[in-house]
Write a protein that binds this ligand. Structure first.
Ligand code: FAS
Ligand code: PHB
Length: 411
């Protein structure tokens, strides 16, 4: 690998295919999703070397369709990472969002209420921009790295082993950043008695589709209907992203495009669906919804980042943005350590990140509880939801609270 001091060490015991290429770097980052790529790029710009190990291929990572809304603080971090140019050109600045409850519509005006806005720019494009920047800088990204394993992550000389093209490799480092998502190896490597898990699994999922159709509206529309939740979002003026709440028992195969458009139209109602441009789906998937936090987020020289440490239901558009704030905290802490030989920020990483994470967990849970139909919902629950929406629509203070959470609380 160019740029790395590679000292091939073939131990006497290793058979031919078990050659070990021992490599050393400062930070090993596991996972090339938004967390791993953004951390690698920000560290690089501050002269800190990293190696990124990604289980999937580059194409597979780019095939995933996920988040769509960026907070201003995330936009700022992406610009700091020198990957903001295309986002500024192609992203859509939104100064409000529409909430529809049965047939009443209420607009949350971000500019009026909190003097801010959000950026609509798909996670896929963020990932693509970061991958291109890492490649242009000669970044060390190993795709299709299999059997990644953490070794001695609580020692002063952590190591990570992985298999690539059948060959076993090992990297020694100062720190490991676990950016490997909810199903990754890093959190799973922590003994159960060392980590506290907090979880709420929701009794429904989101069926999402992407279509090359004109978006329904200039802004996102979140809808709560007696048949269930629906969301109209977008990726550009020509590509729309739609979601409907669905049963956890549903399979994507059970949802033809026609069935999706029919159900979506019923939920958003005749006035809004009259503006709906339908077309073939270019992506269709079902995501389960959960709230999840692992505490703490540091174990010796292993740091959990992004979805590896927390998950939010996508209702509040917080998942990707929380990953970005974790990255910002960890990057600043590593810069303090390497450039100023100060360790306080590294010691405070978990506490600092968790304070913001729990505020976003609360907001995402609240917005999910407000907008979805729960199977066990009683008449009382529904009337409380209606009263909550009624209060929101009638109180500037309540709308301001939603606005400041949606555009993102300070880092
Ligand atoms: P990611 O999961 O994105 O990336 C982790 C990376 O680590 C992956 O590339 C994975 O292949 C790799 N990896 C895993 N195990 C590994 C191993 N053992 N070795 C090496 N690599 C390994 N957020 C929103 O705000 N809005 C949404 O609408 C939304 N929709 C979502 C839909 C789905 C199906 C999912 C799963 C998440 C969604 N999210 C949404 C949240 C999502 O955007 C995450 O917050 C975001 O991807 C977090 O980024 P990372 O922390 O990088 O984790
Ligand atoms: C999206 O565009 O994918 C999106 C937008 C807002 C959300 C969730 C998903 O709350």
């Amino acid at each position: 690998m160019a740029g790395l001091s590679v000292h091939p060490v073939v131990s006497g015991r290793a058979s031919a295919q078990e050659k070990r290429l021992k490599t050393r770097t400062q930070v090993v980052i596991i996972g090339a999703g938004p967390s791993g790529l953004l951390l690698s790029q920000l560290l690089h710009l501050r002269g800190i070397e990293s190696v990124v190990l990604e289980r999937q291929s580059r194409e597979y990572v780019l095939s995933r369709v996920r988040a769509g809304v960026l907070e201003q603080a995330t936009v700022a971090l992406l610009e700091q990472a020198q990957v903001g140019a295309r986002m500024r050109r192609e992203g859509l600045v939104h100064e409000g969002v529409l909430l529809q409850f049965d047939s009443r519509v209420h607009r949350i005006d971000f500019r009026d209420l909190v003097g801010s806005s959000v950026m609509v720019y798909g996670q896929t494009e963020v990932t693509r921009d970061l991958m291109n920047a890492r490649d242009a800088a000669g970044g060390q990204l190993v795709y299709e790295a299999q059997e990644v394993a953490l070794l001695d992550y609580e020692s002063e000389r952590p190591r990570v082993s992985y298999r690539k093209d059948g060959q076993l490799h090992e990297i020694e480092c100062d720190y490991i950043a676990g950016c490997d998502g909810f199903h990754g190896v890093c959190r799973a490597s922590i003994p159960a008695d060392r980590i506290a898990l907090f979880e709420r699994v929701y009794p429904f999922g989101w069926l999402g589709i992407l279509s090359r159709t004109r978006p329904l509206d200039e802004e996102l529309i979140y809808t709560s209907h007696s048949r269930g939740f629906a969301l109209a979002s977008m990726r550009s003026h020509a590509v729309s992203r739609y979601y409907v709440q669905c049963s956890l028992d549903d399979k994507v195969e059970q949802w033809s495009d026609d069935r999706f458009w029919e159900e979506f139209s019923l939920r958003v109602g005749p006035e809004i669906s009259a503006r709906l441009e339908t077309g073939p789906s270019i992506e269709k998937s079902i995501a389960p919804l959960r709230s999840f936090v692992a505490e703490p987020m540091r174990f010796g020289n292993l740091f959990l980042v992004g979805d590896a440490a927390h998950i939010v239901p996508p209702t509040g558009a917080k998942g990707l943005n929380l990953a970005a704030s974790d990255v910002g905290y960890l990057c600043r802490a590593l810069v303090d350590r390497y450039q100023h030989h100060r360790h306080e920020a590294l010691a405070a990483y978990s506490e600092t990140a968790l304070r913001r994470i729990w505020r976003a967990e609360r907001f995402s849970w609240w917005m999910t509880s407000l907008m979805h139909r729960f199977p066990e919902t009683t008449g009382f629950d529904r009337r409380v939801q209606v009263a909550e929406f009624d209060y929101l629509a009638g109180s500037r203070a309540a709308s301001t609270a939603l606005a400041e959470n949606y555009i993102g609380l300070p880092h």
